[in-house]
Design a protein around this ligand. Structure first.
Ligand code: C2O
Ligand code: CU
Ligand code: CU
Length: 494
Protein backbone atom coordinates (compact mmCIF):
# COMPACT_ATOMS: atom_id res chain seq x y z
CA UNK A 1 0.00 0.00 0.00
CA UNK A 2 1.30 3.45 -0.76
CA UNK A 3 1.62 5.82 2.19
CA UNK A 4 -1.63 7.47 3.17
CA UNK A 5 -1.95 10.85 1.66
CA UNK A 6 -2.76 13.88 3.69
CA UNK A 7 -5.45 14.63 1.15
CA UNK A 8 -7.46 11.47 1.66
CA UNK A 9 -7.87 12.14 5.36
CA UNK A 10 -8.88 15.73 4.72
CA UNK A 11 -11.46 14.78 2.13
CA UNK A 12 -12.92 12.15 4.39
CA UNK A 13 -13.08 14.59 7.30
CA UNK A 14 -14.67 17.20 5.06
CA UNK A 15 -17.28 14.82 3.71
CA UNK A 16 -18.20 13.83 7.24
CA UNK A 17 -18.65 17.44 8.22
CA UNK A 18 -20.88 18.09 5.21
CA UNK A 19 -23.14 15.21 6.12
CA UNK A 20 -23.23 16.45 9.68
CA UNK A 21 -24.57 19.79 8.53
CA UNK A 22 -27.44 18.26 6.59
CA UNK A 23 -27.96 15.33 8.94
CA UNK A 24 -28.28 13.14 5.87
CA UNK A 25 -26.68 9.84 5.09
CA UNK A 26 -24.06 9.99 2.40
CA UNK A 27 -21.52 8.06 0.45
CA UNK A 28 -17.91 8.87 1.13
CA UNK A 29 -15.02 7.85 -0.99
CA UNK A 30 -11.68 7.30 0.68
CA UNK A 31 -9.40 8.63 -2.02
CA UNK A 32 -6.36 6.93 -0.55
CA UNK A 33 -7.74 3.41 -0.91
CA UNK A 34 -10.85 3.67 -3.06
CA UNK A 35 -13.01 2.22 -0.27
CA UNK A 36 -16.53 3.63 -0.44
CA UNK A 37 -17.99 4.21 2.98
CA UNK A 38 -21.50 5.08 4.01
CA UNK A 39 -21.84 7.55 6.86
CA UNK A 40 -24.43 9.60 8.67
CA UNK A 41 -26.60 6.66 9.76
CA UNK A 42 -28.16 6.30 13.21
CA UNK A 43 -25.70 5.10 15.85
CA UNK A 44 -25.84 1.39 16.48
CA UNK A 45 -24.42 -0.16 19.60
CA UNK A 46 -22.73 -3.52 20.06
CA UNK A 47 -24.80 -6.39 21.45
CA UNK A 48 -25.12 -6.02 25.26
CA UNK A 49 -24.50 -9.05 27.48
CA UNK A 50 -25.33 -8.58 31.15
CA UNK A 51 -24.18 -10.75 34.03
CA UNK A 52 -26.95 -12.16 36.24
CA UNK A 53 -26.68 -13.57 39.75
CA UNK A 54 -22.94 -12.95 39.72
CA UNK A 55 -22.27 -14.93 36.54
CA UNK A 56 -21.71 -14.29 32.88
CA UNK A 57 -20.91 -16.94 30.31
CA UNK A 58 -19.85 -15.78 26.86
CA UNK A 59 -18.49 -17.31 23.72
CA UNK A 60 -16.26 -15.14 21.57
CA UNK A 61 -15.44 -16.51 18.17
CA UNK A 62 -12.58 -14.69 16.44
CA UNK A 63 -12.69 -15.00 12.67
CA UNK A 64 -11.92 -13.32 9.37
CA UNK A 65 -15.08 -12.85 7.37
CA UNK A 66 -17.79 -10.56 6.17
CA UNK A 67 -18.54 -7.78 8.62
CA UNK A 68 -20.33 -4.46 8.41
CA UNK A 69 -17.91 -1.52 8.52
CA UNK A 70 -18.81 2.09 7.80
CA UNK A 71 -22.15 1.02 6.38
CA UNK A 72 -20.65 -1.39 3.84
CA UNK A 73 -19.72 -5.04 3.73
CA UNK A 74 -16.04 -5.55 4.39
CA UNK A 75 -13.78 -8.51 4.92
CA UNK A 76 -12.22 -8.03 8.33
CA UNK A 77 -11.65 -9.63 11.71
CA UNK A 78 -14.37 -9.71 14.32
CA UNK A 79 -15.68 -11.43 17.42
CA UNK A 80 -18.98 -13.15 16.69
CA UNK A 81 -19.28 -11.48 13.30
CA UNK A 82 -19.72 -7.91 14.49
CA UNK A 83 -17.38 -5.02 14.98
CA UNK A 84 -16.97 -4.17 17.84
CA UNK A 85 -17.67 -7.46 19.65
CA UNK A 86 -20.43 -7.64 22.29
CA UNK A 87 -20.27 -5.34 25.33
CA UNK A 88 -19.94 -7.21 28.63
CA UNK A 89 -21.82 -5.54 31.49
CA UNK A 90 -20.41 -6.78 34.80
CA UNK A 91 -20.63 -6.10 38.50
CA UNK A 92 -18.01 -6.30 41.22
CA UNK A 93 -17.78 -9.87 42.56
CA UNK A 94 -18.82 -11.46 39.25
CA UNK A 95 -17.43 -14.68 37.83
CA UNK A 96 -17.05 -14.38 34.06
CA UNK A 97 -16.43 -17.35 31.78
CA UNK A 98 -15.31 -16.64 28.24
CA UNK A 99 -14.76 -19.36 25.70
CA UNK A 100 -12.46 -17.95 23.05
CA UNK A 101 -12.73 -19.81 19.78
CA UNK A 102 -9.90 -19.18 17.34
CA UNK A 103 -11.11 -19.40 13.75
CA UNK A 104 -8.28 -17.14 12.53
CA UNK A 105 -5.31 -18.37 10.53
CA UNK A 106 -2.93 -17.34 13.33
CA UNK A 107 -2.61 -17.81 17.09
CA UNK A 108 -4.48 -15.36 19.28
CA UNK A 109 -5.54 -14.97 22.92
CA UNK A 110 -7.63 -12.62 25.05
CA UNK A 111 -6.79 -9.80 27.44
CA UNK A 112 -9.25 -7.92 29.65
CA UNK A 113 -7.65 -4.50 29.62
CA UNK A 114 -7.81 -2.67 32.94
CA UNK A 115 -9.66 -5.31 34.93
CA UNK A 116 -8.15 -5.97 38.34
CA UNK A 117 -8.13 -9.77 38.10
CA UNK A 118 -5.52 -12.52 38.44
CA UNK A 119 -2.96 -12.78 35.61
CA UNK A 120 -2.46 -16.50 36.24
CA UNK A 121 -3.72 -19.76 34.76
CA UNK A 122 -6.85 -19.29 32.67
CA UNK A 123 -7.52 -15.80 34.05
CA UNK A 124 -6.00 -12.69 32.41
CA UNK A 125 -2.92 -14.61 31.27
CA UNK A 126 -1.38 -12.98 28.18
CA UNK A 127 1.25 -15.71 27.90
CA UNK A 128 -1.43 -18.16 26.78
CA UNK A 129 -1.47 -18.89 23.04
CA UNK A 130 -4.68 -20.17 21.48
CA UNK A 131 -3.78 -21.94 18.25
CA UNK A 132 -5.91 -21.75 15.09
CA UNK A 133 -8.79 -24.19 15.16
CA UNK A 134 -8.77 -24.51 18.95
CA UNK A 135 -10.58 -22.78 21.78
CA UNK A 136 -9.66 -21.78 25.31
CA UNK A 137 -11.83 -21.29 28.40
CA UNK A 138 -11.01 -18.17 30.37
CA UNK A 139 -12.41 -17.47 33.81
CA UNK A 140 -12.18 -14.07 35.48
CA UNK A 141 -13.19 -13.44 39.09
CA UNK A 142 -13.74 -9.79 39.86
CA UNK A 143 -13.03 -8.86 43.48
CA UNK A 144 -16.05 -7.66 45.47
CA UNK A 145 -14.48 -4.19 45.61
CA UNK A 146 -13.58 -4.01 41.93
CA UNK A 147 -13.74 -0.37 40.78
CA UNK A 148 -16.60 0.54 38.45
CA UNK A 149 -15.58 1.91 35.10
CA UNK A 150 -14.93 1.38 31.43
CA UNK A 151 -12.67 -1.49 30.37
CA UNK A 152 -12.19 -3.47 27.19
CA UNK A 153 -11.03 -6.75 25.74
CA UNK A 154 -8.68 -7.43 22.85
CA UNK A 155 -6.10 -9.99 21.67
CA UNK A 156 -2.63 -9.95 23.24
CA UNK A 157 -0.61 -12.53 21.34
CA UNK A 158 2.83 -10.92 21.16
CA UNK A 159 3.83 -10.14 17.58
CA UNK A 160 0.31 -9.84 16.17
CA UNK A 161 -1.50 -7.60 18.66
CA UNK A 162 -1.50 -4.56 16.34
CA UNK A 163 -2.63 -6.56 13.29
CA UNK A 164 -5.45 -8.27 15.16
CA UNK A 165 -6.81 -5.13 16.84
CA UNK A 166 -6.44 -3.06 13.67
CA UNK A 167 -8.28 -5.83 11.82
CA UNK A 168 -11.32 -5.51 14.11
CA UNK A 169 -10.90 -7.54 17.32
CA UNK A 170 -12.08 -5.52 20.33
CA UNK A 171 -15.07 -5.03 22.57
CA UNK A 172 -16.16 -3.06 25.63
CA UNK A 173 -16.45 -4.15 29.25
CA UNK A 174 -18.46 -2.04 31.68
CA UNK A 175 -18.24 -2.60 35.42
CA UNK A 176 -21.43 -1.07 36.78
CA UNK A 177 -21.65 1.39 39.66
CA UNK A 178 -23.13 0.24 42.93
CA UNK A 179 -25.00 3.53 43.08
CA UNK A 180 -26.21 4.44 39.59
CA UNK A 181 -25.54 7.86 38.10
CA UNK A 182 -28.91 9.31 37.02
CA UNK A 183 -28.89 9.83 33.25
CA UNK A 184 -31.36 9.84 30.37
CA UNK A 185 -29.38 7.21 28.53
CA UNK A 186 -26.04 5.47 28.44
CA UNK A 187 -24.08 4.86 25.31
CA UNK A 188 -21.00 2.79 24.62
CA UNK A 189 -18.77 4.40 21.99
CA UNK A 190 -15.87 2.26 20.84
CA UNK A 191 -13.58 4.38 18.67
CA UNK A 192 -11.24 2.47 16.38
CA UNK A 193 -9.41 2.98 13.13
CA UNK A 194 -8.81 0.76 10.14
CA UNK A 195 -7.63 1.03 6.53
CA UNK A 196 -9.57 -0.89 3.92
CA UNK A 197 -8.78 -1.49 0.27
CA UNK A 198 -11.24 -0.58 -2.46
CA UNK A 199 -12.43 -4.20 -2.32
CA UNK A 200 -13.13 -3.90 1.42
CA UNK A 201 -10.31 -5.98 2.83
CA UNK A 202 -7.76 -4.89 5.42
CA UNK A 203 -4.99 -2.86 3.84
CA UNK A 204 -1.42 -3.93 4.38
CA UNK A 205 0.77 -1.71 6.54
CA UNK A 206 4.31 -0.65 5.63
CA UNK A 207 7.34 -1.03 7.89
CA UNK A 208 7.52 2.77 8.15
CA UNK A 209 3.90 3.00 9.29
CA UNK A 210 4.58 0.34 11.93
CA UNK A 211 7.56 2.26 13.18
CA UNK A 212 5.42 5.37 13.66
CA UNK A 213 2.49 3.33 14.86
CA UNK A 214 -0.09 2.79 12.14
CA UNK A 215 -3.13 5.03 11.87
CA UNK A 216 -6.11 3.88 9.82
CA UNK A 217 -7.74 6.09 7.19
CA UNK A 218 -11.21 5.41 8.62
CA UNK A 219 -11.93 6.46 12.20
CA UNK A 220 -15.00 4.54 13.33
CA UNK A 221 -17.46 4.82 16.20
CA UNK A 222 -18.94 1.38 16.89
CA UNK A 223 -17.81 0.38 13.40
CA UNK A 224 -19.67 3.31 11.81
CA UNK A 225 -18.56 6.44 10.03
CA UNK A 226 -20.02 9.64 11.48
CA UNK A 227 -23.09 8.06 13.09
CA UNK A 228 -25.88 10.33 14.30
CA UNK A 229 -26.97 10.39 17.95
CA UNK A 230 -30.33 11.97 18.76
CA UNK A 231 -31.30 13.61 22.05
CA UNK A 232 -33.60 16.25 23.53
CA UNK A 233 -32.24 19.46 25.07
CA UNK A 234 -31.40 19.29 28.77
CA UNK A 235 -30.83 15.56 28.88
CA UNK A 236 -27.84 14.08 30.65
CA UNK A 237 -26.24 11.25 28.73
CA UNK A 238 -23.43 9.03 29.85
CA UNK A 239 -20.90 8.11 27.19
CA UNK A 240 -18.40 5.32 27.80
CA UNK A 241 -15.68 6.04 25.29
CA UNK A 242 -12.89 3.61 24.46
CA UNK A 243 -9.85 4.47 22.37
CA UNK A 244 -9.38 1.11 20.63
CA UNK A 245 -7.16 2.59 17.92
CA UNK A 246 -3.87 0.79 17.42
CA UNK A 247 -1.78 3.98 17.63
CA UNK A 248 -3.97 7.03 17.11
CA UNK A 249 -4.38 9.51 19.95
CA UNK A 250 -7.83 11.06 20.29
CA UNK A 251 -8.32 14.65 21.35
CA UNK A 252 -12.08 14.75 21.58
CA UNK A 253 -14.22 17.87 21.39
CA UNK A 254 -17.97 18.30 21.28
CA UNK A 255 -18.37 22.06 21.12
CA UNK A 256 -21.65 23.59 22.26
CA UNK A 257 -22.42 20.83 24.77
CA UNK A 258 -21.65 20.60 28.49
CA UNK A 259 -19.08 17.88 29.15
CA UNK A 260 -18.12 16.45 32.53
CA UNK A 261 -15.64 13.71 33.11
CA UNK A 262 -16.41 11.13 35.80
CA UNK A 263 -12.98 9.63 35.36
CA UNK A 264 -10.48 8.06 33.02
CA UNK A 265 -9.78 4.32 32.86
CA UNK A 266 -10.79 2.77 36.18
CA UNK A 267 -10.07 5.95 38.12
CA UNK A 268 -12.89 8.16 39.40
CA UNK A 269 -12.88 11.74 40.47
CA UNK A 270 -14.82 12.53 43.62
CA UNK A 271 -17.11 14.78 41.63
CA UNK A 272 -17.46 15.23 37.86
CA UNK A 273 -14.98 17.63 36.29
CA UNK A 274 -16.03 20.12 33.63
CA UNK A 275 -13.93 19.65 30.51
CA UNK A 276 -13.77 21.11 26.98
CA UNK A 277 -11.57 18.40 25.61
CA UNK A 278 -10.68 14.81 26.42
CA UNK A 279 -7.31 13.38 25.43
CA UNK A 280 -7.23 9.62 25.11
CA UNK A 281 -4.00 7.83 24.28
CA UNK A 282 -4.44 4.39 22.69
CA UNK A 283 -6.00 2.11 25.32
CA UNK A 284 -7.43 4.93 27.50
CA UNK A 285 -11.16 5.18 28.28
CA UNK A 286 -13.37 8.08 29.32
CA UNK A 287 -16.53 7.98 31.39
CA UNK A 288 -18.17 11.17 30.17
CA UNK A 289 -21.39 12.98 31.04
CA UNK A 290 -22.90 15.09 28.27
CA UNK A 291 -25.63 17.54 29.21
CA UNK A 292 -27.28 18.45 25.95
CA UNK A 293 -28.11 21.86 24.49
CA UNK A 294 -30.32 22.35 21.43
CA UNK A 295 -28.51 22.27 18.11
CA UNK A 296 -26.25 20.02 16.12
CA UNK A 297 -22.85 19.30 17.65
CA UNK A 298 -20.01 17.46 16.01
CA UNK A 299 -17.83 15.05 17.97
CA UNK A 300 -14.39 15.44 16.48
CA UNK A 301 -10.87 14.42 17.22
CA UNK A 302 -8.28 17.14 16.80
CA UNK A 303 -4.76 16.45 15.56
CA UNK A 304 -2.31 15.38 18.26
CA UNK A 305 1.42 15.84 17.88
CA UNK A 306 2.83 12.62 19.25
CA UNK A 307 6.28 13.16 17.79
CA UNK A 308 7.99 11.31 15.02
CA UNK A 309 11.05 9.27 14.32
CA UNK A 310 12.85 12.62 14.25
CA UNK A 311 16.43 12.90 13.05
CA UNK A 312 16.86 9.19 13.74
CA UNK A 313 15.28 8.40 10.41
CA UNK A 314 16.17 11.68 8.69
CA UNK A 315 12.48 12.52 8.37
CA UNK A 316 9.42 13.04 10.49
CA UNK A 317 5.96 11.70 10.32
CA UNK A 318 6.72 8.58 8.34
CA UNK A 319 4.08 9.29 5.71
CA UNK A 320 1.20 9.23 8.17
CA UNK A 321 -2.01 11.06 7.45
CA UNK A 322 -2.23 14.39 9.17
CA UNK A 323 -5.75 15.78 9.48
CA UNK A 324 -6.40 19.49 9.13
CA UNK A 325 -6.77 21.80 12.15
CA UNK A 326 -10.46 20.92 12.51
CA UNK A 327 -9.51 17.30 12.90
CA UNK A 328 -11.63 14.33 11.95
CA UNK A 329 -15.39 14.06 12.37
CA UNK A 330 -16.37 11.08 14.52
CA UNK A 331 -20.10 11.49 15.15
CA UNK A 332 -22.94 14.00 15.12
CA UNK A 333 -25.15 14.77 18.09
CA UNK A 334 -28.50 16.15 16.96
CA UNK A 335 -30.34 17.78 19.87
CA UNK A 336 -33.93 18.84 19.22
CA UNK A 337 -37.47 18.62 20.61
CA UNK A 338 -39.10 19.27 23.98
CA UNK A 339 -36.61 20.17 26.72
CA UNK A 340 -36.16 17.43 29.31
CA UNK A 341 -36.60 17.93 33.05
CA UNK A 342 -33.38 18.77 34.92
CA UNK A 343 -31.52 15.57 35.85
CA UNK A 344 -30.99 14.48 39.47
CA UNK A 345 -27.57 15.39 40.91
CA UNK A 346 -24.66 13.01 40.40
CA UNK A 347 -23.95 11.13 43.65
CA UNK A 348 -20.52 11.85 45.15
CA UNK A 349 -17.95 9.17 44.44
CA UNK A 350 -15.83 7.68 47.22
CA UNK A 351 -12.52 9.51 47.75
CA UNK A 352 -9.90 7.87 45.51
CA UNK A 353 -6.99 6.14 47.17
CA UNK A 354 -3.91 8.34 47.41
CA UNK A 355 -0.44 6.76 47.44
CA UNK A 356 1.37 10.09 47.65
CA UNK A 357 1.74 9.73 51.41
CA UNK A 358 2.24 5.94 51.34
CA UNK A 359 5.63 4.47 52.28
CA UNK A 360 7.35 3.41 49.05
CA UNK A 361 8.97 -0.03 49.20
CA UNK A 362 11.06 0.29 46.03
CA UNK A 363 11.89 2.74 43.27
CA UNK A 364 12.62 1.80 39.69
CA UNK A 365 13.41 3.43 36.39
CA UNK A 366 11.92 2.20 33.16
CA UNK A 367 13.57 3.70 30.10
CA UNK A 368 11.56 3.60 26.87
CA UNK A 369 13.92 3.93 23.93
CA UNK A 370 14.09 3.67 20.19
CA UNK A 371 17.36 2.90 18.46
CA UNK A 372 18.64 2.09 15.04
CA UNK A 373 18.63 -1.55 13.93
CA UNK A 374 20.45 -3.13 16.86
CA UNK A 375 19.29 -6.56 15.78
CA UNK A 376 20.91 -6.35 12.40
CA UNK A 377 24.46 -5.42 13.20
CA UNK A 378 24.36 -1.89 14.56
CA UNK A 379 24.07 1.46 12.85
CA UNK A 380 25.37 0.47 9.42
CA UNK A 381 23.53 -2.82 9.09
CA UNK A 382 20.24 -1.56 10.38
CA UNK A 383 19.98 1.49 8.17
CA UNK A 384 19.28 -0.30 4.94
CA UNK A 385 16.30 -2.19 6.27
CA UNK A 386 15.00 0.93 7.99
CA UNK A 387 14.15 -1.12 11.06
CA UNK A 388 14.26 0.46 14.45
CA UNK A 389 14.53 -1.23 17.82
CA UNK A 390 11.95 -0.60 20.54
CA UNK A 391 13.22 -1.37 24.02
CA UNK A 392 12.58 -0.95 27.74
CA UNK A 393 15.79 -0.63 29.76
CA UNK A 394 17.76 -1.54 26.67
CA UNK A 395 16.06 -4.84 25.99
CA UNK A 396 13.29 -5.98 23.69
CA UNK A 397 10.60 -8.27 25.12
CA UNK A 398 11.50 -11.90 25.71
CA UNK A 399 8.81 -14.22 27.08
CA UNK A 400 11.33 -16.31 29.03
CA UNK A 401 12.95 -13.37 30.85
CA UNK A 402 11.35 -11.74 33.87
CA UNK A 403 12.40 -8.10 33.79
CA UNK A 404 10.85 -6.94 37.04
CA UNK A 405 10.07 -8.85 40.22
CA UNK A 406 7.94 -7.21 42.89
CA UNK A 407 6.92 -8.58 46.27
CA UNK A 408 3.16 -8.99 46.65
CA UNK A 409 1.73 -6.02 48.53
CA UNK A 410 4.58 -3.67 47.57
CA UNK A 411 3.99 0.01 46.89
CA UNK A 412 6.51 1.01 44.24
CA UNK A 413 7.43 4.27 42.59
CA UNK A 414 8.36 3.98 38.94
CA UNK A 415 9.93 6.68 36.84
CA UNK A 416 8.85 6.15 33.26
CA UNK A 417 11.51 7.82 31.12
CA UNK A 418 11.11 8.33 27.41
CA UNK A 419 14.40 9.07 25.64
CA UNK A 420 12.88 8.89 22.16
CA UNK A 421 11.42 11.58 19.87
CA UNK A 422 7.97 9.98 19.98
CA UNK A 423 5.36 9.71 22.75
CA UNK A 424 4.79 6.28 24.31
CA UNK A 425 1.54 5.50 26.16
CA UNK A 426 2.69 3.16 28.93
CA UNK A 427 0.32 0.48 30.16
CA UNK A 428 0.58 -1.95 33.08
CA UNK A 429 -1.79 -4.89 33.38
CA UNK A 430 -3.74 -5.82 36.56
CA UNK A 431 -2.63 -2.88 38.75
CA UNK A 432 -3.53 0.75 37.93
CA UNK A 433 -0.96 3.53 38.28
CA UNK A 434 -1.30 6.75 40.25
CA UNK A 435 0.40 9.62 38.45
CA UNK A 436 2.57 11.50 40.96
CA UNK A 437 4.69 13.77 38.79
CA UNK A 438 4.67 14.80 35.13
CA UNK A 439 7.87 16.19 33.68
CA UNK A 440 9.07 17.22 37.14
CA UNK A 441 5.77 18.85 38.13
CA UNK A 442 3.88 17.25 41.03
CA UNK A 443 0.27 16.28 40.36
CA UNK A 444 -1.94 17.94 42.95
CA UNK A 445 -4.79 15.43 43.23
CA UNK A 446 -5.09 11.63 43.05
CA UNK A 447 -5.02 10.69 39.36
CA UNK A 448 -5.31 7.00 38.48
CA UNK A 449 -4.94 5.52 35.01
CA UNK A 450 -3.84 2.24 33.50
CA UNK A 451 -2.42 3.86 30.36
CA UNK A 452 -0.16 6.82 31.09
CA UNK A 453 1.22 8.85 28.22
CA UNK A 454 4.92 9.59 28.49
CA UNK A 455 5.65 12.42 26.05
CA UNK A 456 8.76 12.42 23.83
CA UNK A 457 11.99 13.10 25.77
CA UNK A 458 10.12 13.45 29.02
CA UNK A 459 9.32 11.46 32.11
CA UNK A 460 6.37 10.63 34.34
CA UNK A 461 6.51 9.29 37.87
CA UNK A 462 3.83 6.87 39.06
CA UNK A 463 3.08 4.82 42.16
CA UNK A 464 1.62 1.34 42.07
CA UNK A 465 0.19 -0.82 44.85
CA UNK A 466 0.76 -4.49 43.96
CA UNK A 467 -2.26 -5.72 45.85
CA UNK A 468 -4.44 -8.82 45.72
CA UNK A 469 -2.76 -10.90 43.02
CA UNK A 470 0.51 -12.66 42.26
CA UNK A 471 1.79 -14.02 38.98
CA UNK A 472 3.36 -12.92 35.73
CA UNK A 473 2.05 -10.20 33.51
CA UNK A 474 3.33 -7.35 31.34
CA UNK A 475 3.81 -3.62 30.93
CA UNK A 476 4.22 -2.15 27.49
CA UNK A 477 3.72 0.71 25.08
CA UNK A 478 0.08 0.76 23.92
CA UNK A 479 1.09 1.91 20.45
CA UNK A 480 0.66 -1.74 19.61
CA UNK A 481 3.14 -1.74 16.75
CA UNK A 482 5.77 -0.70 19.31
CA UNK A 483 4.63 -3.43 21.68
CA UNK A 484 4.84 -6.04 18.91
CA UNK A 485 8.31 -4.72 18.07
CA UNK A 486 9.51 -5.40 21.61
CA UNK A 487 8.57 -2.44 23.80
CA UNK A 488 7.19 -4.69 26.51
CA UNK A 489 8.51 -6.18 29.74
CA UNK A 490 7.53 -9.12 31.89
CA UNK A 491 6.75 -8.53 35.55
CA UNK A 492 6.17 -11.07 38.27
CA UNK A 493 4.51 -10.30 41.59
CA UNK A 494 5.26 -12.96 44.19
CU1 C2O B 1 -4.80 -3.05 26.13
CU2 C2O B 1 -1.54 -5.14 27.30
O1 C2O B 1 -3.14 -4.11 26.69
CU1 CU C 1 -4.07 -4.23 29.21
CU1 CU D 1 5.50 3.45 21.79
Amino acid sequence: MRPLSRRSALILGGAGAAAAATGAAGLFWDQGSGFQADGGLDLSEPQALHSADGRLQVKLSAALGQVRIAGRDADALSYNGSLPGPTLFLRPGDRVNVTLENRLGDPTNLHVHGLHVSPQGNSDNVLVSVEPGTSFDYEYRLPADHPPGVYWYHPHRHGSVADQIFGGLYGAIIVQDSQPVPVSRERVLVISDISLTGGGSIATVSAMEKMMGREGTLVLVNGQLNPVLAARPGERERWRIINACTSRYLKLRLDGQHLQLLGLDSGRYQSPRDVDEVLLAPGNRADLLVTTAAGTAVLRTLPVDRGGTGSMMGSTGGGQSRPGPDGTVLATLAVAGEPAAAPEPVPAQPAPRDLRAAPVTARRDLVFAMGMGMNSGGMGGGMGSGMMSFTINGRPFHPARIDTTVPAGAVEEWTLRNTSPMDHPVHLHVWPMQIIEQDGQPVDSPLWQDVVNVPARSSVRVRIAFDDFTGKTVYHCHILDHEDSGMMGLIEAR
